[in-house]
Design a protein around this ligand. Structure first.
Ligand SMILES: [Zn+2]
Length: 511
Protein backbone atom coordinates (compact mmCIF):
# COMPACT_ATOMS: atom_id res chain seq x y z
CA UNK A 1 0.00 0.00 0.00
CA UNK A 2 1.36 3.39 -0.99
CA UNK A 3 1.68 6.01 1.69
CA UNK A 4 0.29 9.49 1.26
CA UNK A 5 0.06 12.83 2.96
CA UNK A 6 -2.30 15.66 2.15
CA UNK A 7 -2.13 19.40 2.15
CA UNK A 8 -5.17 21.67 2.36
CA UNK A 9 -5.53 25.40 2.72
CA UNK A 10 -8.50 27.50 3.80
CA UNK A 11 -9.03 31.14 3.05
CA UNK A 12 -11.83 32.50 5.16
CA UNK A 13 -13.50 34.69 2.54
CA UNK A 14 -14.53 31.96 0.14
CA UNK A 15 -15.06 28.93 2.37
CA UNK A 16 -18.81 28.86 2.46
CA UNK A 17 -19.89 29.64 -1.06
CA UNK A 18 -17.66 27.42 -3.15
CA UNK A 19 -17.13 24.35 -1.07
CA UNK A 20 -13.55 25.03 -0.06
CA UNK A 21 -14.25 24.85 3.65
CA UNK A 22 -11.92 22.87 5.83
CA UNK A 23 -14.42 20.06 6.29
CA UNK A 24 -15.16 19.70 2.60
CA UNK A 25 -11.52 19.67 1.64
CA UNK A 26 -10.65 17.18 4.35
CA UNK A 27 -13.46 14.90 3.23
CA UNK A 28 -12.38 15.10 -0.39
CA UNK A 29 -8.77 14.12 0.25
CA UNK A 30 -9.85 11.30 2.54
CA UNK A 31 -12.29 9.95 -0.04
CA UNK A 32 -9.66 10.25 -2.71
CA UNK A 33 -7.05 8.39 -0.63
CA UNK A 34 -9.63 5.67 0.04
CA UNK A 35 -10.57 5.15 -3.61
CA UNK A 36 -6.88 5.04 -4.55
CA UNK A 37 -6.19 2.72 -1.66
CA UNK A 38 -3.53 4.99 -0.16
CA UNK A 39 -2.54 4.94 3.47
CA UNK A 40 -3.15 8.56 4.44
CA UNK A 41 -0.61 9.38 7.16
CA UNK A 42 -1.26 12.98 7.88
CA UNK A 43 -3.15 16.04 6.68
CA UNK A 44 -1.41 19.40 6.83
CA UNK A 45 -3.88 22.23 7.29
CA UNK A 46 -2.94 25.79 6.40
CA UNK A 47 -5.17 28.46 7.81
CA UNK A 48 -4.82 32.03 6.66
CA UNK A 49 -4.90 34.27 3.69
CA UNK A 50 -1.46 34.36 2.22
CA UNK A 51 -0.76 32.67 -1.05
CA UNK A 52 2.96 33.12 -0.83
CA UNK A 53 4.84 29.90 -0.50
CA UNK A 54 7.50 31.04 1.94
CA UNK A 55 4.96 32.40 4.39
CA UNK A 56 2.93 29.24 4.53
CA UNK A 57 4.14 27.49 7.68
CA UNK A 58 2.22 24.26 7.18
CA UNK A 59 3.51 24.00 3.65
CA UNK A 60 7.05 24.33 4.97
CA UNK A 61 6.25 21.75 7.65
CA UNK A 62 4.88 19.42 5.00
CA UNK A 63 8.02 19.79 2.90
CA UNK A 64 10.24 19.15 5.93
CA UNK A 65 8.15 16.11 6.82
CA UNK A 66 8.47 14.61 3.36
CA UNK A 67 12.20 15.23 3.33
CA UNK A 68 12.54 13.60 6.71
CA UNK A 69 10.60 10.54 5.52
CA UNK A 70 12.27 10.45 2.15
CA UNK A 71 11.52 7.24 0.28
CA UNK A 72 8.74 6.22 2.64
CA UNK A 73 5.94 8.42 1.29
CA UNK A 74 4.87 8.22 -2.34
CA UNK A 75 2.07 10.75 -2.83
CA UNK A 76 1.06 14.24 -1.85
CA UNK A 77 -2.67 14.84 -2.27
CA UNK A 78 -4.22 18.28 -2.53
CA UNK A 79 -7.90 18.94 -3.17
CA UNK A 80 -7.34 21.38 -6.02
CA UNK A 81 -4.32 22.88 -7.66
CA UNK A 82 -5.23 26.39 -6.51
CA UNK A 83 -5.16 25.24 -2.89
CA UNK A 84 -1.63 24.03 -3.37
CA UNK A 85 0.18 26.72 -5.34
CA UNK A 86 -0.80 30.13 -6.49
CA UNK A 87 1.98 30.75 -8.94
CA UNK A 88 2.89 28.57 -11.83
CA UNK A 89 6.60 28.67 -10.96
CA UNK A 90 5.79 27.76 -7.37
CA UNK A 91 3.72 24.86 -8.53
CA UNK A 92 6.47 23.35 -10.60
CA UNK A 93 9.19 24.05 -8.03
CA UNK A 94 7.13 22.47 -5.24
CA UNK A 95 6.52 19.53 -7.48
CA UNK A 96 10.26 19.24 -8.15
CA UNK A 97 11.10 19.49 -4.44
CA UNK A 98 8.71 16.66 -3.68
CA UNK A 99 10.07 14.62 -6.54
CA UNK A 100 13.47 14.85 -4.85
CA UNK A 101 11.89 13.22 -1.84
CA UNK A 102 10.56 10.48 -4.10
CA UNK A 103 7.02 11.81 -4.23
CA UNK A 104 4.46 12.67 -6.88
CA UNK A 105 1.53 15.06 -6.53
CA UNK A 106 -2.12 14.27 -7.16
CA UNK A 107 -5.18 16.46 -7.14
CA UNK A 108 -8.35 15.00 -5.67
CA UNK A 109 -10.71 17.10 -7.81
CA UNK A 110 -8.77 17.53 -11.00
CA UNK A 111 -7.39 14.71 -13.03
CA UNK A 112 -4.25 15.13 -15.01
CA UNK A 113 -2.31 12.04 -15.89
CA UNK A 114 1.12 11.93 -17.44
CA UNK A 115 -0.07 12.23 -21.04
CA UNK A 116 0.27 15.28 -23.29
CA UNK A 117 -3.37 16.15 -22.63
CA UNK A 118 -2.93 15.60 -18.92
CA UNK A 119 0.13 17.80 -18.80
CA UNK A 120 -1.72 20.46 -20.77
CA UNK A 121 -4.57 20.49 -18.26
CA UNK A 122 -2.11 20.68 -15.43
CA UNK A 123 -0.51 23.76 -16.95
CA UNK A 124 -3.87 25.35 -17.66
CA UNK A 125 -5.04 24.80 -14.11
CA UNK A 126 -1.80 26.01 -12.57
CA UNK A 127 -1.92 29.00 -14.91
CA UNK A 128 -5.52 29.68 -13.99
CA UNK A 129 -4.63 29.68 -10.31
CA UNK A 130 -1.89 32.16 -11.01
CA UNK A 131 -4.15 34.27 -13.22
CA UNK A 132 -6.81 34.45 -10.48
CA UNK A 133 -4.20 35.41 -8.00
CA UNK A 134 -2.63 38.05 -10.21
CA UNK A 135 -6.01 39.50 -10.95
CA UNK A 136 -6.89 39.66 -7.29
CA UNK A 137 -3.59 41.30 -6.49
CA UNK A 138 -3.92 43.86 -9.27
CA UNK A 139 -7.54 44.68 -8.56
CA UNK A 140 -7.09 44.93 -4.84
CA UNK A 141 -4.44 47.55 -5.39
CA UNK A 142 -6.99 49.40 -7.47
CA UNK A 143 -4.80 49.20 -10.35
CA UNK A 144 -4.59 47.45 -13.67
CA UNK A 145 -4.32 50.99 -14.95
CA UNK A 146 -1.57 51.67 -12.46
CA UNK A 147 0.20 48.56 -13.71
CA UNK A 148 -0.06 49.79 -17.30
CA UNK A 149 1.40 53.15 -16.33
CA UNK A 150 4.33 51.25 -14.85
CA UNK A 151 4.84 49.55 -18.21
CA UNK A 152 3.69 46.14 -17.05
CA UNK A 153 1.65 43.71 -19.15
CA UNK A 154 -0.87 42.16 -16.80
CA UNK A 155 -2.85 39.92 -19.13
CA UNK A 156 -2.08 36.49 -20.49
CA UNK A 157 1.22 36.73 -22.38
CA UNK A 158 1.06 37.00 -26.19
CA UNK A 159 2.71 34.11 -28.04
CA UNK A 160 6.46 34.65 -27.82
CA UNK A 161 6.30 36.12 -24.33
CA UNK A 162 5.73 34.51 -20.96
CA UNK A 163 4.12 35.78 -17.79
CA UNK A 164 6.62 36.50 -15.05
CA UNK A 165 6.76 38.30 -11.77
CA UNK A 166 9.32 40.95 -10.96
CA UNK A 167 9.40 42.04 -7.33
CA UNK A 168 6.17 40.09 -7.06
CA UNK A 169 4.50 42.20 -9.72
CA UNK A 170 3.09 40.59 -12.83
CA UNK A 171 4.43 41.41 -16.26
CA UNK A 172 5.81 39.56 -19.28
CA UNK A 173 9.22 38.90 -20.78
CA UNK A 174 10.33 37.35 -24.08
CA UNK A 175 10.05 33.58 -23.96
CA UNK A 176 13.60 32.36 -24.68
CA UNK A 177 12.25 29.45 -26.69
CA UNK A 178 9.44 31.03 -28.69
CA UNK A 179 10.49 34.66 -29.04
CA UNK A 180 13.17 34.03 -31.72
CA UNK A 181 10.58 32.12 -33.78
CA UNK A 182 8.06 34.93 -33.55
CA UNK A 183 10.77 37.39 -34.60
CA UNK A 184 11.57 35.21 -37.61
CA UNK A 185 7.86 34.95 -38.45
CA UNK A 186 7.65 38.76 -38.46
CA UNK A 187 10.70 38.93 -40.74
CA UNK A 188 9.17 36.41 -43.12
CA UNK A 189 5.92 38.35 -43.26
CA UNK A 190 7.79 41.62 -43.75
CA UNK A 191 9.72 40.13 -46.64
CA UNK A 192 6.45 39.31 -48.39
CA UNK A 193 5.88 35.67 -47.45
CA UNK A 194 2.25 34.64 -47.40
CA UNK A 195 0.67 34.47 -43.93
CA UNK A 196 -0.41 30.86 -44.40
CA UNK A 197 3.14 29.81 -45.30
CA UNK A 198 4.40 31.56 -42.20
CA UNK A 199 1.85 29.75 -40.10
CA UNK A 200 3.10 26.44 -41.47
CA UNK A 201 6.68 27.55 -40.80
CA UNK A 202 5.77 28.31 -37.18
CA UNK A 203 4.08 24.94 -36.79
CA UNK A 204 7.16 23.21 -38.15
CA UNK A 205 9.19 25.06 -35.53
CA UNK A 206 6.96 23.99 -32.70
CA UNK A 207 4.81 27.10 -32.30
CA UNK A 208 1.16 26.16 -32.69
CA UNK A 209 -1.30 28.99 -33.18
CA UNK A 210 -4.99 28.70 -33.97
CA UNK A 211 -6.02 30.02 -37.36
CA UNK A 212 -7.99 33.08 -36.33
CA UNK A 213 -5.55 33.88 -33.58
CA UNK A 214 -2.74 33.73 -36.09
CA UNK A 215 -4.47 36.37 -38.19
CA UNK A 216 -4.83 38.73 -35.25
CA UNK A 217 -1.75 38.21 -33.14
CA UNK A 218 0.67 39.95 -35.51
CA UNK A 219 -1.30 43.16 -35.14
CA UNK A 220 -0.70 43.27 -31.43
CA UNK A 221 1.49 46.21 -30.54
CA UNK A 222 2.80 44.15 -27.65
CA UNK A 223 5.46 43.00 -30.10
CA UNK A 224 6.60 46.62 -30.28
CA UNK A 225 6.80 46.65 -26.51
CA UNK A 226 3.72 48.88 -26.37
CA UNK A 227 0.74 48.57 -24.08
CA UNK A 228 -2.49 50.17 -25.20
CA UNK A 229 -5.24 49.98 -22.65
CA UNK A 230 -7.56 52.21 -20.66
CA UNK A 231 -6.88 54.96 -23.16
CA UNK A 232 -3.20 54.90 -22.28
CA UNK A 233 -0.34 54.18 -24.65
CA UNK A 234 2.62 53.10 -22.60
CA UNK A 235 6.04 51.81 -23.50
CA UNK A 236 6.66 48.56 -21.66
CA UNK A 237 9.27 48.50 -18.93
CA UNK A 238 11.95 45.77 -18.77
CA UNK A 239 11.79 42.82 -18.78
CA UNK A 240 8.85 43.48 -21.16
CA UNK A 241 10.88 44.33 -24.26
CA UNK A 242 9.84 44.75 -27.91
CA UNK A 243 10.50 41.81 -30.22
CA UNK A 244 10.48 43.68 -33.52
CA UNK A 245 11.26 47.13 -34.87
CA UNK A 246 8.51 49.45 -36.00
CA UNK A 247 9.47 49.13 -39.67
CA UNK A 248 9.39 45.33 -39.60
CA UNK A 249 6.08 45.49 -37.76
CA UNK A 250 4.57 47.84 -40.34
CA UNK A 251 5.77 45.78 -43.27
CA UNK A 252 4.43 42.61 -41.68
CA UNK A 253 0.98 44.24 -41.46
CA UNK A 254 0.98 44.58 -45.26
CA UNK A 255 1.00 40.80 -45.57
CA UNK A 256 -2.45 40.69 -43.97
CA UNK A 257 -4.08 43.36 -46.11
CA UNK A 258 -7.07 41.78 -47.85
CA UNK A 259 -6.56 43.78 -51.06
CA UNK A 260 -3.12 42.31 -51.56
CA UNK A 261 -3.29 39.91 -54.46
CA UNK A 262 -1.93 36.43 -54.06
CA UNK A 263 1.06 36.87 -56.32
CA UNK A 264 1.90 40.26 -54.93
CA UNK A 265 5.31 40.69 -56.46
CA UNK A 266 4.14 41.49 -59.96
CA UNK A 267 2.09 44.40 -58.63
CA UNK A 268 5.12 46.09 -57.14
CA UNK A 269 6.02 48.03 -60.21
CA UNK A 270 6.45 51.79 -59.76
CA UNK A 271 5.39 52.34 -63.39
CA UNK A 272 1.93 50.97 -62.60
CA UNK A 273 0.95 51.97 -59.05
CA UNK A 274 -2.74 51.30 -59.71
CA UNK A 275 -2.24 47.62 -60.30
CA UNK A 276 -4.12 45.85 -57.55
CA UNK A 277 -6.53 48.77 -57.18
CA UNK A 278 -8.20 49.22 -60.56
CA UNK A 279 -10.82 46.72 -61.57
CA UNK A 280 -12.39 46.00 -64.92
CA UNK A 281 -16.19 46.24 -65.08
CA UNK A 282 -16.10 42.44 -65.19
CA UNK A 283 -14.67 42.47 -61.67
CA UNK A 284 -11.08 41.36 -62.35
CA UNK A 285 -8.17 43.46 -61.18
CA UNK A 286 -6.50 45.14 -64.11
CA UNK A 287 -3.02 44.10 -65.05
CA UNK A 288 -0.57 46.39 -66.84
CA UNK A 289 2.20 46.29 -69.38
CA UNK A 290 4.08 48.24 -72.03
CA UNK A 291 3.05 47.70 -75.62
CA UNK A 292 5.36 48.42 -78.52
CA UNK A 293 4.39 51.09 -81.02
CA UNK A 294 6.36 51.94 -84.17
CA UNK A 295 8.75 54.36 -82.51
CA UNK A 296 7.84 54.24 -78.87
CA UNK A 297 6.50 51.92 -76.20
CA UNK A 298 3.19 52.81 -74.57
CA UNK A 299 2.03 51.84 -71.07
CA UNK A 300 -1.45 50.31 -70.71
CA UNK A 301 -3.69 48.86 -68.03
CA UNK A 302 -5.52 45.82 -69.36
CA UNK A 303 -8.02 43.16 -68.37
CA UNK A 304 -6.91 39.57 -68.74
CA UNK A 305 -10.44 38.38 -69.48
CA UNK A 306 -11.70 41.22 -71.66
CA UNK A 307 -9.49 41.79 -74.73
CA UNK A 308 -11.15 45.14 -75.53
CA UNK A 309 -10.38 46.75 -72.21
CA UNK A 310 -7.14 48.51 -72.92
CA UNK A 311 -6.60 51.68 -70.98
CA UNK A 312 -3.67 54.04 -71.64
CA UNK A 313 -1.79 54.72 -68.45
CA UNK A 314 -2.28 58.47 -68.49
CA UNK A 315 -6.01 58.14 -68.99
CA UNK A 316 -6.20 55.66 -66.15
CA UNK A 317 -4.17 57.85 -63.82
CA UNK A 318 -6.21 60.90 -64.73
CA UNK A 319 -9.42 59.04 -64.02
CA UNK A 320 -7.99 57.74 -60.78
CA UNK A 321 -7.00 61.21 -59.59
CA UNK A 322 -10.47 62.42 -60.45
CA UNK A 323 -12.08 59.67 -58.35
CA UNK A 324 -9.63 60.19 -55.51
CA UNK A 325 -10.30 63.91 -55.49
CA UNK A 326 -14.02 63.33 -55.45
CA UNK A 327 -13.87 60.87 -52.57
CA UNK A 328 -11.55 63.15 -50.61
CA UNK A 329 -13.91 66.09 -51.15
CA UNK A 330 -16.77 64.03 -49.76
CA UNK A 331 -14.64 63.25 -46.72
CA UNK A 332 -13.79 66.91 -46.38
CA UNK A 333 -17.34 68.17 -46.32
CA UNK A 334 -18.21 67.53 -42.65
CA UNK A 335 -14.89 69.15 -41.67
CA UNK A 336 -15.82 72.49 -43.19
CA UNK A 337 -17.48 73.75 -40.03
CA UNK A 338 -15.04 73.09 -37.22
CA UNK A 339 -17.44 73.79 -34.36
CA UNK A 340 -20.09 71.51 -35.83
CA UNK A 341 -17.52 68.82 -36.40
CA UNK A 342 -16.24 68.93 -32.83
CA UNK A 343 -19.74 68.66 -31.41
CA UNK A 344 -20.61 65.61 -33.48
CA UNK A 345 -17.16 64.12 -32.84
CA UNK A 346 -17.85 64.35 -29.13
CA UNK A 347 -21.16 62.56 -29.48
CA UNK A 348 -19.53 59.90 -31.58
CA UNK A 349 -16.73 59.51 -29.06
CA UNK A 350 -19.22 58.88 -26.29
CA UNK A 351 -20.92 56.21 -28.36
CA UNK A 352 -17.56 54.60 -29.07
CA UNK A 353 -16.64 54.60 -25.39
CA UNK A 354 -19.90 52.84 -24.65
CA UNK A 355 -19.10 50.32 -27.37
CA UNK A 356 -15.65 49.74 -25.85
CA UNK A 357 -17.19 49.19 -22.41
CA UNK A 358 -19.53 46.61 -23.91
CA UNK A 359 -16.64 44.82 -25.53
CA UNK A 360 -14.73 44.81 -22.26
CA UNK A 361 -17.73 43.20 -20.61
CA UNK A 362 -17.79 40.64 -23.40
CA UNK A 363 -14.16 39.78 -22.69
CA UNK A 364 -14.95 39.29 -19.02
CA UNK A 365 -17.76 36.94 -20.00
CA UNK A 366 -15.43 34.95 -22.27
CA UNK A 367 -12.93 34.63 -19.42
CA UNK A 368 -15.71 33.39 -17.18
CA UNK A 369 -16.72 30.78 -19.77
CA UNK A 370 -13.11 29.68 -20.18
CA UNK A 371 -12.93 29.13 -16.46
CA UNK A 372 -16.09 27.04 -16.52
CA UNK A 373 -14.71 24.91 -19.32
CA UNK A 374 -11.61 24.25 -17.27
CA UNK A 375 -13.73 23.26 -14.28
CA UNK A 376 -16.04 21.06 -16.34
CA UNK A 377 -13.00 19.38 -17.78
CA UNK A 378 -11.56 18.86 -14.34
CA UNK A 379 -14.81 17.24 -13.27
CA UNK A 380 -14.56 14.95 -16.27
CA UNK A 381 -17.64 16.37 -18.02
CA UNK A 382 -15.77 17.76 -21.04
CA UNK A 383 -13.05 15.68 -22.69
CA UNK A 384 -9.57 17.19 -22.88
CA UNK A 385 -9.40 17.77 -26.63
CA UNK A 386 -12.75 19.52 -26.68
CA UNK A 387 -11.87 21.67 -23.67
CA UNK A 388 -8.59 22.60 -25.24
CA UNK A 389 -10.25 23.55 -28.50
CA UNK A 390 -12.95 25.60 -26.79
CA UNK A 391 -10.42 27.42 -24.66
CA UNK A 392 -8.30 28.35 -27.65
CA UNK A 393 -11.33 29.47 -29.67
CA UNK A 394 -12.37 31.72 -26.83
CA UNK A 395 -8.81 33.02 -26.56
CA UNK A 396 -9.00 33.95 -30.26
CA UNK A 397 -12.25 35.79 -29.70
CA UNK A 398 -10.73 37.61 -26.75
CA UNK A 399 -7.71 38.70 -28.78
CA UNK A 400 -9.91 39.84 -31.65
CA UNK A 401 -12.07 41.83 -29.27
CA UNK A 402 -9.02 43.36 -27.63
CA UNK A 403 -7.67 44.37 -31.02
CA UNK A 404 -11.00 45.89 -31.93
CA UNK A 405 -10.88 47.83 -28.67
CA UNK A 406 -7.43 49.07 -29.65
CA UNK A 407 -8.70 50.17 -33.03
CA UNK A 408 -11.60 52.01 -31.45
CA UNK A 409 -9.39 53.75 -28.95
CA UNK A 410 -10.23 57.42 -29.05
CA UNK A 411 -7.89 58.96 -26.54
CA UNK A 412 -4.52 58.64 -28.23
CA UNK A 413 -5.30 61.28 -30.83
CA UNK A 414 -6.10 64.91 -30.29
CA UNK A 415 -9.18 65.35 -32.45
CA UNK A 416 -8.53 69.00 -33.26
CA UNK A 417 -5.02 68.18 -34.37
CA UNK A 418 -6.33 65.28 -36.44
CA UNK A 419 -8.96 67.49 -38.07
CA UNK A 420 -6.32 70.07 -38.90
CA UNK A 421 -4.16 67.41 -40.52
CA UNK A 422 -7.05 65.78 -42.36
CA UNK A 423 -8.21 69.08 -43.83
CA UNK A 424 -4.78 69.69 -45.32
CA UNK A 425 -4.26 66.08 -46.38
CA UNK A 426 -7.65 65.72 -48.06
CA UNK A 427 -7.39 69.06 -49.85
CA UNK A 428 -4.04 68.14 -51.39
CA UNK A 429 -4.66 64.44 -51.81
CA UNK A 430 -3.94 64.34 -55.54
CA UNK A 431 -0.56 66.00 -55.41
CA UNK A 432 0.33 64.00 -52.30
CA UNK A 433 -0.46 60.80 -54.18
CA UNK A 434 1.47 61.88 -57.27
CA UNK A 435 4.58 62.74 -55.28
CA UNK A 436 4.45 59.72 -52.99
CA UNK A 437 6.60 56.61 -53.35
CA UNK A 438 5.01 53.35 -54.43
CA UNK A 439 4.21 51.97 -51.01
CA UNK A 440 2.60 55.21 -49.79
CA UNK A 441 0.63 55.42 -53.04
CA UNK A 442 -0.72 51.92 -52.41
CA UNK A 443 -1.44 52.77 -48.81
CA UNK A 444 -3.55 55.74 -49.91
CA UNK A 445 -5.31 53.60 -52.52
CA UNK A 446 -6.23 50.99 -49.93
CA UNK A 447 -7.39 53.55 -47.43
CA UNK A 448 -9.86 55.19 -49.78
CA UNK A 449 -10.71 52.19 -51.98
CA UNK A 450 -10.29 49.11 -49.80
CA UNK A 451 -11.99 46.92 -52.38
CA UNK A 452 -10.54 48.65 -55.42
CA UNK A 453 -12.19 50.97 -57.91
CA UNK A 454 -13.99 49.90 -61.07
CA UNK A 455 -13.14 51.57 -64.36
CA UNK A 456 -16.21 52.50 -66.34
CA UNK A 457 -15.79 53.63 -69.92
CA UNK A 458 -17.61 56.88 -70.41
CA UNK A 459 -16.59 59.15 -73.28
CA UNK A 460 -18.54 62.09 -71.80
CA UNK A 461 -16.74 62.14 -68.48
CA UNK A 462 -14.65 65.22 -67.89
CA UNK A 463 -11.81 62.96 -66.83
CA UNK A 464 -11.24 62.28 -70.51
CA UNK A 465 -10.19 65.90 -70.84
CA UNK A 466 -8.04 65.64 -67.79
CA UNK A 467 -6.41 62.60 -69.28
CA UNK A 468 -5.80 64.57 -72.46
CA UNK A 469 -4.31 67.39 -70.48
CA UNK A 470 -1.85 65.06 -68.89
CA UNK A 471 -0.61 64.26 -72.36
CA UNK A 472 -1.98 60.83 -73.07
CA UNK A 473 -2.13 59.28 -76.47
CA UNK A 474 -5.57 58.77 -77.96
CA UNK A 475 -7.59 58.36 -74.81
CA UNK A 476 -10.94 56.71 -74.48
CA UNK A 477 -12.52 58.49 -71.55
CA UNK A 478 -12.56 56.62 -68.33
CA UNK A 479 -14.31 57.15 -65.07
CA UNK A 480 -13.84 55.34 -61.80
CA UNK A 481 -16.71 54.42 -59.58
CA UNK A 482 -15.76 53.66 -56.04
CA UNK A 483 -17.48 50.35 -55.57
CA UNK A 484 -15.56 49.29 -52.52
CA UNK A 485 -16.00 52.53 -50.82
CA UNK A 486 -19.74 52.87 -50.60
CA UNK A 487 -20.42 49.20 -50.17
CA UNK A 488 -21.10 47.34 -46.96
CA UNK A 489 -17.37 47.09 -46.39
CA UNK A 490 -16.64 50.80 -46.27
CA UNK A 491 -14.67 50.64 -43.06
CA UNK A 492 -13.61 54.22 -42.65
CA UNK A 493 -16.57 56.49 -43.01
CA UNK A 494 -19.66 54.51 -42.27
CA UNK A 495 -19.16 51.67 -39.87
CA UNK A 496 -17.09 53.48 -37.27
CA UNK A 497 -18.26 56.99 -37.75
CA UNK A 498 -16.77 60.07 -39.22
CA UNK A 499 -14.59 61.31 -36.36
CA UNK A 500 -13.06 57.86 -36.06
CA UNK A 501 -12.28 57.98 -39.77
CA UNK A 502 -10.45 61.28 -39.28
CA UNK A 503 -8.50 59.77 -36.37
CA UNK A 504 -7.54 56.78 -38.47
CA UNK A 505 -6.42 58.98 -41.31
CA UNK A 506 -4.23 60.89 -38.86
CA UNK A 507 -2.85 57.71 -37.30
CA UNK A 508 -2.03 56.18 -40.67
CA UNK A 509 -0.64 59.16 -42.53
CA UNK A 510 -0.08 61.92 -39.99
CA UNK A 511 2.83 60.46 -38.08
ZN1 LIG B 1 -12.64 42.42 -67.70
Amino acid sequence: MEKAIAYIRVSSDRQVQDGTSLVTQERRVKEYAATKDYDLLRIFVEEGETAKTDRRTELQAMLAFSKQHKGRIQVLIFPKIDRFARYIEDYYSLKATLRNSGMRVESADESFDDTPAGRFMETVLAGQAQFDNDLRAERSKGGMREAVLQGRWVWAAPVGYRNVRVNNKATIEPDPDKAPKIVEAFNLLASGRRPLDVRVWLREHGVLVGRSRFFTMFRSKAYLGIIEAFGVVQQGAPPFLPLVSESVFRRAQEAFRPARPRNGYQYDNPDFPLRGTLRCYCGSLLTASWSSGRQKRYPYYRCKSCPRVNLPLNAAHGAWLCALQQTASECLLPLKDEADFLVSAQQETQALREQVRNMERTIERFREIQKNIVLKNAEGVTPDTLARQQISELEDKIVETELEIDRLSVDDVNIQEAAQFARNFLTNICSIWEKANLSTKKHIQRFFFPKGGTVVSDPLCRTAKKADLTGSASSPGARLSSVGYHSDEAPHMLSRGYAQCIRELYREFGK
